[in-house]
Structures are given as structure tokens and as C-alpha cells.
Design a protein around this ligand. Structure first.
Ligand code: COA
Length: 703
């Protein structure tokens, strides 16, 4: 068990709880928290109300201060006005309390940042973890502890729910009860001054009572730690997230292509993918999926069967399965023969298997048993449309009997469509471990989440190789720009930096005069591009600062003169450092590789279709650093550019491995130099497989 688990077990699974600010007045929150603890079933002799003005509250002996409690206190719930919180917190430290939950509002959420910082300082000095402030509290069904002002303890279950919104947390307790959903814990994290979602994910990852971790969040603060911890925990337990607030795009003063295509929600989306976090759009979805994860094993293979008594419902399920990328199994001859025993001659043994409206309990049970016993079948969705032929309860029994007799080794999900009886049967089946939904689509979507998560758990995570890079060279170039107070590096400088990191760029040299230009040209060969090198000129073509297609020494001299003349005329005050003589890269398929530093998650890599239309086409994908080799390949596969690179209409396959290497090298560059805000390599020409790439144009922007 790790440190965080050891610390937070006092918050979430304490043996004794003090309520500081336990009020005598029934309408006050401090009174309600005390009452809830008693009502929830927490051992009475381990609850200590603290109130200097009372002797007994709700039959429990009161203490003037937590320091006066003659027994150890694992956790204290603080429910006194904000101004008294530091004082009672200090008393908790002196008492040796291990964790506190500060329900009191009146801190950062109203601008009292310094007061909140002070709370953390007191807690940290005292080796005490702090939840809140500004929270509803904690509900733990394992220890029957309702240390909150939620009216009831949720039903016991194995889904942990972490919420940034207190009010939503309270409301959802009622809703989960209505839907008969059990939780292991409900934790409201409020201002997250100390304990945040990252700590809690780490705790629940280790917690033997929790199978699924669900969250409602408006924002993440420790982005890189989130990625690291969630990625690790996801391999063991599913994490389902409802992330609200599609925040504004980051507005950079100087925009690169990558910077303008990046945005806060895009970064969240990318990090969730990398960390295996499943993003749910709504609460019903979140709990639909959480129930499926909590009750079912993951499918071992891809073959999905839909078993139905209604053709229409089967078609709807098939459409959704197609959309979600599920593989409906083709039924082999021998299996079809067995299934025919359980349907009329006009039934269908194609998948979806249609037992028809005549389906009886025996048919459902028999066919489901045959399917579950067949090793070629990996998961089954059973759909029932209510008919006069049977009662939903009978079909529910048929499913349960078939599942029990075959050992519950494969996921079986149900959908019952009809009136009240169907609704009740759905609830019963769900409670019995067969998640049942009111529509076939919801059943299919839940199954698709099991597959999505299974794929994540099977994914390899290859750490990139340690590339040999020339850090000193990159440092030298950056130093010049920084000393001159420049934020945008020239293309020549940018190329020098990425080249130092092993990224192939066209050969080039900086010429101070015509003779030097010719010398460089003769060395690197033709055709060439000549362009002005000046930190003051951003748009070179507009001032006549670029000449392309130079084929010989004579043309080099001519182009050199023309550029100098044009620039002297159109940008007379520009600081001219020379002329860059660069080999023209042979054109090929164009991609963009970029990096944008996100304020929450740090460096985000971008890949996509390149060229001048990148922002219009927006065929891009993002991932955060650290980037695994698999992340990089997945980024490429997510874009339309991938089809082009694989070989569209007879084109040979392009050098995708080299693109991956460039992406990994850019990730390394971004890690080594936090002062780099944005990088664009656009276009990168990608040649045939084995023939590499060339980053033809490079832009680096500093923070
Ligand atoms: N130690 C312990 N108890 C103390 C105390 C001390 N040092 N000093 C005072 N108290 C007692 C008070 O006497 C009172 O008990 P009483 O009613 O029996 O006299 C009790 O603590 C509560 O103090 P009070 O001043 O009455 O505060 P309150 O109950 O009106 O409000 C909060 C306290 C914390 C509920 C309120 O300040 C608050 O923050 N409310 C918002 C909570 C919230 O919404 N959280 C986030 C949800 S998302």
C-alpha cells in the first residue's frame, strides 16, 4: 500500500470521528452532520461532538475542544464559521488527528486565497490531510459513515464517486437510491486545497472495496500527476469521468498552428484517452457504464451476439453495435443447428438471433445456455420486448438461470422494453448482476465500454528510446533569442534547434555575402531556396524576401541581390542577419507535427494533415507528454492523414515509423526546454517507407 492510501484511509475509513461545530440547533449543518453519523450507523461510542457551549447533543457527550477527547481521533469534520477554522484546525494538529474534512465555506471560492493557503500550511505542518474546504463531506458505506450533510447514506456498493460539486453530490445520493445503485464512497472535494482527485484516484485504485472509480469534475489542477496516476490505476480499475465545462480555447499572444488548434477541452480529451479514462457525457451514462463494470467480467474475445424476440429492437441494437465498432459474430453452422431447437421455423439464426414474438422462457434460457457454453461466443446482449406470450419476470429468470448454470464467465447485458413490469424486472436483473437497460442502444453502448476498457488494459506501453541529442547546441541558439528578448525564433534558428534533436531538416547555411552564398550552394547542391534571415521580418514573402527554384551559382548571386534590394526598400529598418541558402525539399505527402504547452497538462503533441490549410481542415490529434510509442501511433491512426500515409489509391506506404520518431523527439525537446511554448513543423514531407521525412518549415515560439 502506498503513502496516499495510508493517509486517506483515516479520512475514508476512520475508526473514530469528531464533529467540530456540532450544533445544538437541529436546523444547523453541524447538527445535521452529527445526526447523519448516528443515523448512518457509525459506532456511537466513536463519535465525538465538539462544542464549547454544550454538554450533550443527541445523547452524546460533548467536548469543548477536540483536545479534550480522551480517545484517539482519526478524522474530524469541521463545521464552524470560516474565521474559527484555523484555530480548530490547529487544535486537531495538537490532538494528533490524522485527517480533516472542512465543510465550512468562505475561502478561495470567494477570493480568500490566503486564508485557504493558511489552512493547508497548518495541516501540512501537522502531518494531517485536509479535504475541502467548502465540501458536503464524505459518505462511506463500508464503515457506515455519513460524515456529510447528505440526508442519507447511499446504498452499499463498489462504485466510488468523487464530485467537485457538493450540491450535485447530495442530489445524486437520492438519484442513486432511486436507481438502486450502490456506492462504496461519495467524496465531495470542493476547493481541493489539499486532497484532490489525483489523491482519491490513487486511494480508490488500492481500495479493496472499490471496483469502479467515477468522477464529476469541472477541472483538474495537477495535470501531469493526473495522467501518471490515472494511467496506472486504469490498468487495474476502470475510471469513468463526467468532465463539465468545455472551457475556452487558450488564447496565446503569438499563435502557432498547433497553439490555435489546441484548447483546454481538447487537452482533457487527449489525456483521458492516454490514461484510459472513459468519458461519460451525462450522469445516466456514467452510472450505466459503472454498473456494467461493477457487475461483469471483461470480454475475452470480440464475438458479440444479440439475442432478441423483436426484429426491430435487434436492428436498433445492430446499428448501434456497428457505430461503436463491435463485432457481431457470424453464427457457425453447428451453433445455428443447436439454436434452431429454441425457435419456430421462421425464427432467425443470423446475428441478431431472433427467437420471434413467440419466444418462451424455455427458449430464452435454452438458447442463452447454448451461446454461453460455446467458446466462440464472447459476450451476449439479450433483448426482450414485452409480449402477451410471457411475463418479463419469467424471461428475467431464464437469463439468470442460464447465466448461473454456465458460470458467469462472459458479460451478459440485457435490455427489457415495455411498461412497468419491464422496468421492475430491469431493476431486479441489475441488482442480480445482469445490467439491464430500458433501450437496446444503452445496452450496446455499455457493452462497447467494456470492450473499450478491455482494449486499454491490453495495450502495450512502450517507453520511447533515449535518443542521442545535442542539448548544448539547442541551448546556444535559444540563449541568443532570449538575450535579445525575442519570443519567435527565425526559421533558421528553429531548424538548428530541431536538427540538434535529430529531426531531419533540409540542408542549409547562413550566408553573409554573395560569395558565401555561392560557396554554401555549391556544397549542398541545387535546387535551392534563398530567404532573408531577420528576426524583425515575420512574413518574408510579403517583403520579397524569398526566392525559390534556384538552379545554379549565377542565379544564387542574382537572388541574393534581389532579396537584399527588396528588403532594403520594403523593410528598411529590419535587422538583417544574412540570407539562408536552403536545399529545396522534394515535395511529398505533407503532415504537421506540433507541440503546444497546455497550462494544465504541460506539453501536448499534435499530429495531423499538413500544409497551408491545417487550420481549415483541422485533421489533427493531440496527446500529452510523456508520450509512449503506442500513443504516437494512435495519434496518427486517429487522423484522415493516416489513410493517405498507408497508401491511398495505389500510392506506396509512407514512412510512418519516421513520423513517430520525430514526434517522440519533439516530446523530448519540449520536456528539456520548458521555455518553449509552441513548435510547428509544417509541412513535414513524408517519403516512402524507409526513406524518411524532412521538416521543411519550422517555427518555435518561446513562453
Ligand atoms: N469549537 C467547536 N464548536 C464551536 C466553536 C469551537 N471553537 N465555536 C463555536 N462553536 C459552535 C457554535 O456554538 C455552534 O453551536 P450552537 O449552535 O450549539 O451554538 C456551532 O459551533 C456552529 O457555529 P455557528 O456559528 O452557529 O455556525 P453555523 O452553523 O451558522 O455555520 C457553517 C457554520 C460551517 C455551516 C457555515 O459557516 C458554512 O460555511 N456554511 C456553508 C457550508 C457549505 O455549504 N459547504 C459547502 C457545500 S458544497
Amino acid at each position: 500500500m502506498n503513502d496516499v492510501y495510508e493517509q486517506l484511509k483515516y479520512l475514508l475509513r476512520p475508526s473514530s470521528v469528531a464533529v467540530i461545530g456540532a450544533s445544538r440547533e437541529p436546523h444547523k449543518i453541524g447538527h445535521q452532520v452529527l445526526k447523519n453519523l448516528l443515523k448512518g450507523g457509525f459506532p456511537k461510542n466513536r463519535i465525538y461532538p465538539i462544542n464549547p457551549h454544550a454538554e450533550y447533543i443527541l445523547g452524546l457527550k460533548c467536548y469543548p475542544s477536540v483536545k479534550d477527547v480522551p480517545y484517539p481521533v482519526d478524522m474530524a469534520v469541521i463545521v464552524v464559521p470560516a474565521r474559527i477554522v484555523p484555530k480548530v484546525l490547529q487544535e486537531c494538529v495538537e490532538k494528533g488527528v490524522k485527517a480533516v474534512t472542512v465543510i465550512s465555506s468562505g475561502f478561495k471560492e470567494i477570493g480568500r486565497v490566503e486564508e485557504e493557503r493558511k489552512l493547508v500550511e497548518i495541516a501540512r505542518k501537522g502531518d494531517m490531510r485536509l479535504l475541502g474546504p467548502n465540501v458536503v463531506g464524505v459518505c462511506d458505506t463500508i464503515k457506515s459513515m455519513n460524515a456529510s450533510f447528505c440526508q442519507d447514506l447511499p446504498y452499499r456498493g463498489d462504485i466510488a464517486f468523487i464530485t467537485q460539486s457538493g450540491a450535485l453530490g447530495i442530489a445524486l445520493v437520492g438519484w442513486t437510491k432511486l436507481k438502486r445503485i450502490g456506492l462504496s464512497d461519495l467524496v465531495s472535494i470542493g476547493n481541493k486545497a489539499d486532497i484532490d482527485e489525483v489523491d482519491l484516484i490513487e486511494f480508490f485504485g488500492e481500495d479493496p472495496y472499490t471496483k469502479v472509480i467515477t468522477l464529476y469534475l469541472e477541472g483538474i489542477t495537477r495535470g501531469r500527476e493526473f495522467l501518471q496516476i490515472a494511467r496506472k490505476v486504469s490498468k487495474k480499475k476502470p475510471i469513468i469521468m463526467l468532465k463539465a465545462g468545455k472551457a475556452e480555447r487558450t488564447v496565446a499572444a503569438i499563435k502557432s498552428h498547433t497553439g490555435s488548434l489546441a484548447g483546454s477541452d481538447i487537452a482533457y480529451e487527449a489525456v483521458f484517452k492516454q490514461a484510459g479514462v472513459i468519458r461519460a457525457p451525462t450522469f445516466p451514462d456514467l452510472f450505466d457504464w459503472a454498473i456494467a463494470f461493477s457487475s461483469l467480467p471483461l470480454p475475452e474475445g470480440d464475438n458479440v451476439i444479440i439475442l432478441t424476440n423483436g426484429g426491430g429492437a435487434g436492428v436498433m441494437a445492430t446499428d448501434e453495435a456497428e457505430l461503436r465498432g463491435l463485432k457481431l459474430m457470424d453464427i457457425p453452422e453447428d451453433l445455428a443447428e443447436k439454436l434452431k431447437e429454441f425457435m419456430p421455423p421462421f425464427g432467425s439464426v443470423f446475428n441478431p438471433i431472433d427467437l420471434t414474438g413467440m419466444a418462451t422462457k424455455e427458449w430464452y434460457r435454452g438458447s442463452l445456455e447454448v451461446l454461453l457454453a460455446d467458446p466462440r461466443v464472447h459476450s451476449v446482449v439479450v433483448i426482450y420486448c414485452h409480449t402477451a406470450q410471457t411475463e418479463p419476470r419469467e424471461i428475467g429468470d431464464a437469463i439468470l438461470e442460464a447465466v448461473k448454470s454456465t458460470g458467469r464467465e462472459k458479460p451478459v447485458i440485457a435490455s427489457f422494453i415495455g411498461g412497468e413490469e419491464c422496468y421492475e424486472e430491469c431493476e431486479r436483473l441489475t441488482a442480480e448482476g445482469i445490467p439491464c437497460y430500458e433501450s437496446p442502444e444503452r445496452a450496446i453502448v455499455a457493452l462497447s465500454m467494456l470492450y473499450k476498457y478491455r482494449d486499454f488494459t491490453r495495450r502495450k506501453e512502450t517507453v520511447p528510446p533515449i535518443f542521442a541529442v545535442n542539448i548544448e547546441k539547442a541551448q546556444r541558439v535559444l540563449k541568443v533569442a532570449k538575450e535579445e528578448g525575442r519570443k519567435i525564433l527565425t526559421p533558421y534558428e528553429s531548424a538548428a534547434i530541431v536538427k540538434a534533436y535529430g529531426i531531419p531538416v533540409p540542408e542549409q547555411g547562413l550566408a553573409k555575402n554573395e560569395e558565401e552564398a555561392v560557396k554554401i550552394a555549391e556544397r549542398i547542391g541545387y535546387p535551392l531556396v534563398l530567404s532573408i534571415e531577420s528576426p524583425d521580418i515575420l512574413h518574408k514573402t510579403e517583403v520579397g524576401g524569398v526566392k525559390v527554384g534556384i538552379e545554379n551559382a549565377e542565379e544564387v548571386v542574382k537572388a541574393f541581390r534581389e532579396i537584399i534590394n527588396n528588403v532594403s526598400e520594403k523593410a528598411p529598418h529590419a535587422d538583417i542577419r544574412g540570407i539562408v541558402v536552403r536545399k529545396m525539399a522534394p515535395p511529398s505527402r505533407e503532415v504537421i507535427i506540433g507541440m503546444h504547452r497546455d497550462p494544465i497538462f504541460g506539453p501536448m503533441l499534435m499530429f495531423g494533415s499538413g500544409g497551408i490549410l491545417v487550420e481549415l481542415i483541422k485533421d489533427v490529434s493531440f496527446r500529452a507528454v510523456p508520450l509512449t510509442v503506442e500513443d504516437a501511433y494512435e495519434m496518427i491512426k486517429e487522423t484522415k492523414a493516416y489513410s493517405l500515409l498507408k497508401g491511398f489509391r495505389g500510392m506506396p506506404e509512407a514512412d510512418i515509423d519516421k513520423i513517430v520518431e520525430i514526434m517522440l523527439r519533439i516530446a523530448r525537446l519540449a520536456n528539456d526546454f520548458p521555455e518553449i511554448a509552441d513548435i510547428d513543423l509544417n509541412p513535414v514531407f513524408v517519403y516512402e517507407k524507409g526513406k524518411g521525412c524532412l521538416a521543411a518549415d519550422i517555427k518555435i515560439v518561446l513562453q
